[in-house]
Design a protein around this ligand. Structure first.
Ligand code: ZN
Length: 154
């Protein structure tokens, strides 16, 4: 069986950024399981995996456009400290869920100056080219329920 739309795919993988730093990996964990052709994973990786068979290795470079997108300046905002009600101490690196017009958005605190907090809603890997290396662990047909939901049930 080969990887195609509507099939459930398991992969072991390692992701490196442009500097060769490992940013994510399935090592020591269960493989990543996803429903192919449903945009459950980044487009560049999904495209590269298409047609591979169980046991096949992959090693692919993905541009930011095909990964987590470009950095959008509009997602970086300054907000007053008082908007963090209930938080004892706001610190750089903290992640919050902000309610936006487009729905909930994960933002990271990137700077604090006095009472002004800068938050960044870009994905931490936005604007980065990534390299994915790994192996296809398993491929199976999706169940009717999985297809209906557009994701894998485990
Ligand atoms: Zn479901």
């Amino acid at each position: 069986m080969n990887i195609a739309a509507q099939r459930v795919v398991s992969i072991h993988y390692e992701v490196k950024d442009e500097d060769g730093v490992v940013v994510d990996s399935s090592e020591g964990r269960d493989p990543l399981v996803y429903l192919h052709g449903n945009q459950n994973i980044i487009p560049g990786l999904e495209k590269a995996l298409d047609g591979l068979a169980q046991g096949d290795a992959f090693d692919v470079q993905v541009t930011p456009e095909e990964a987590y997108g470009d950095v959008q300046d509009g997602l970086v905002q300054s907000v007053p400290m008082e908007s963090f009600q209930g938080v004892e101490k706001v610190e750089e690196g903290m992640v919050f869920t902000a309610q936006t017009q487009g729905g909930p958005l994960q933002v990271t605190v990137t700077a604090i100056e006095g009472d002004t907090v800068t938050v960044d809603g870009n994905h931490p890997l936005a604007g980065k080219s990534l390299s994915f290396k790994g192996e296809v662990a398993d491929i199976r047909e999706a169940t009717a329920e999985e297809l209906e939901h557009g994701h894998v049930h485990q």
